[in-house]
Design a protein around this ligand. Structure first.
Ligand SMILES: Nc1ncnc2c1ncn2[C@@H]1O[C@H](COP(=O)(O)OP(=O)(O)OP(=O)(O)O)[C@@H](O)[C@H]1O
Length: 370
């Protein structure tokens, strides 16, 4: 799949721009703070309905204006799509082929996106929430139903926590927990099952990527990391039974603390390189290699799930990766994945020798360079 055109109106520091893109490589060059990331953000928004760097929609609107409008033309193997996002005041309207979507999340699954930015190098050493987000975003794009289940689950955790606090303060009877326990276990198990299925596939891909990136020196093991005693071989019923019995055993503690202490909202992915937990003890180089291996596995995983490669956004990553890792990344995407690369200069990128377009960005204005 690829994005063939993009129209931006009053988005961030752009007033009006119409761009046509290369199906392979698009190089976005400019000094700092000119609007390179803003352009990637617009593409990301057309894919996911949300920004990758803010939850506050009003920040996306040009400071001088009251709303923005984005339009993209998406080319897929079987069909083309017109994607539109219009924000006016506080309301956001999303259309696909002129049809207004009921929920913003219904946009997921048309333009699949993977973004890789310097912050992603934190994927390995950062908090478990980063790795959960990695899995959640990936699964939401390929199975929009996953996002729906996750949202319901998060809601149940919130309400169950409120009830636990009430019980602790003697403002509610303990029996009221039963109905919430049931929902927690049902929805939580659905989320865990999907994550385990994805990890079984990602595991194989990531091991291969890490080997290739290190000439066979490093072997990466991925595992679902949960307080529950489960693994990739556990059946749905086994997970449910284990989840239920865990919360029964922790009843007293959960009431004392007023929080739900177990479930997908607390889980993590363990990352072990040559028998060492790379999250805690990996060198910076190992952590970067692992982050890159995870991202590249994500590309292949999406391809295997949806039949097409997603669009890849590489925001300023070459300043953070050494030559070897950069070259491997570029080789992997060569001529098969539509990629947008931002950088402050063209030096390194000129060596790419593949079909590309170059755009120079200055103060929110774009010039295509031939
Ligand atoms: N809502 C907005 N309206 C107008 N201008 C904005 C808005 N939001 C951000 N900007 C401007 O956009 C510019 C930042 O753009 P962006 O983050 O895309 O930078 P960049 O070119 O990627 O730079 P770097 O290389 O430093 O990452 C800043 O000048 C900022 O003031």
């Amino acid at each position: 799949m690829y994005l063939s055109q993009l129209f931006l109106n009053n988005f961030r520091n752009y007033s009006e721009e119409y761009l046509q893109f290369n199906p392979n490589l698009n190089l976005i060059i400019g000094d700092n703070a000119q609007g390179k990331t803003n352009l990637l953000e617009a593409i990301y928004l057309l894919g996911t309905g949300n920004s990758h760097r803010t939850n506050v929609n009003s920040e996306l609107v040009n400071w001088e204006e009251n709303g923005f409008y984005l339009k993209g033309e998406l080319i897929k193997e079987t069909q083309n799509y017109k994607l539109e996002i219009k924000m006016q005041g506080r309301s956001k309207e999303i259309r696909v082929n002129n049809n207004k979507l009921e929920k913003n999340s219904d946009l997921l699954g048309y333009l699949n996106i993977i973004i890789f930015s310097p912050e992603d190098l934190e994927l390995v050493k950062g908090s478990p929430s980063r790795r959960r987000k990695f899995l959640n975003l990936e699964l939401s794009q390929i199975q929009p139903y996953y996002k729906h289940t996750l949202k319901e689950y998060d809601q149940v955790v919130k309400q169950r926590n409120q009830l636990l606090k009430k019980i602790r303060d003697a403002n509610a009877p303990q029996e009221m927990l039963e109905v919430w326990d049931q929902q927690l276990v049902d929805l939580g198990t659905k989320v865990i099952v999907k994550r385990l299925e994805a990890l079984e596939k990602l595991k194989v891909l990531a091991r291969l990527m890490q080997r290739k990136l290190t000439n066979g020196a490093e072997s990466l093991k991925l595992q679902y990391d949960s307080k529950l005693n489960i693994d990739g071989d556990s059946s749905k019923e086994e997970i449910k039974t284990e989840f239920s019995s865990y919360i029964q055993r922790k009843r007293k503690k959960e009431i004392e603390r007023g929080v739900t202490t177990v479930g997908p909202h607390r889980d993590d992915i363990s990352l072990v390189v040559n028998d060492v937990d790379v999250r805690k003890y990996g060198s910076q180089g190992q952590q970067r290699t692992t982050a890159l291996a995870l991202k590249l596995s994500e590309l292949e995983f999406m391809k295997s799930e949806i039949g097409e490669y997603p669009v890849l956004l590489l925001d300023d990553v070459f300043s953070e990766l050494d030559n070897k890792r950069s070259n491997y990344l570029l080789e992997t995407i060569k001529n098969k994945i539509q990629t947008f690369i931002t950088n402050t200069n063209l030096k390194r990128l000129k060596e790419l020798r593949q079909n590309h377009n170059i755009y120079r960005i200055k103060k929110g204005s774009v010039t295509e360079v031939n």
